[in-house]
Design a protein around this ligand. Structure first.
Ligand SMILES: [Zn+2]
Length: 100
């Protein structure tokens, strides 16, 4: 094989790899970001009014430690706006108004 043919082959190989790289970068990739479902913008600080709107709308839940009725010990719970809470450890739900 002549050196000229080898040089042409190398140029064709580099051009092909460059084209494949550009095509891969331009290929559309769907976004699966679950955090974007609420329509939040993470480029600014979340203020109290926005947080309250998210809590009221059920997009986020406050958390605190409380007594789990199933485990009979204090565990981390998601606090719902209706006053009920859900244990993060065993998923037990405690109705609103029960002692913590
Ligand atoms: Zn529990």
């Amino acid at each position: 094989m002549s050196q000229f043919a080898l040089g042409v082959g190398a140029c064709v190989l580099v051009a092909g790899m460059s084209a494949a790289t550009l095509a891969a970068r331009a290929w559309p990739v769907p976004s699966y970001g679950r955090h974007r479902e609420a329509g939040l913008s993470y480029r600014r600080t979340l203020d109290e009014a926005a947080l309250q709107a998210l809590l009221t709308g059920g997009y986020v839940e406050a958390n605190d430690f409380a007594l789990c009725p199933d485990e009979q010990r204090v565990t981390f719970h998601a606090l719902r706006t209706d006053g009920s809470r859900r244990c993060w450890t065993c998923s037990a739900t405690t109705p609103a108004g029960e002692a913590s």
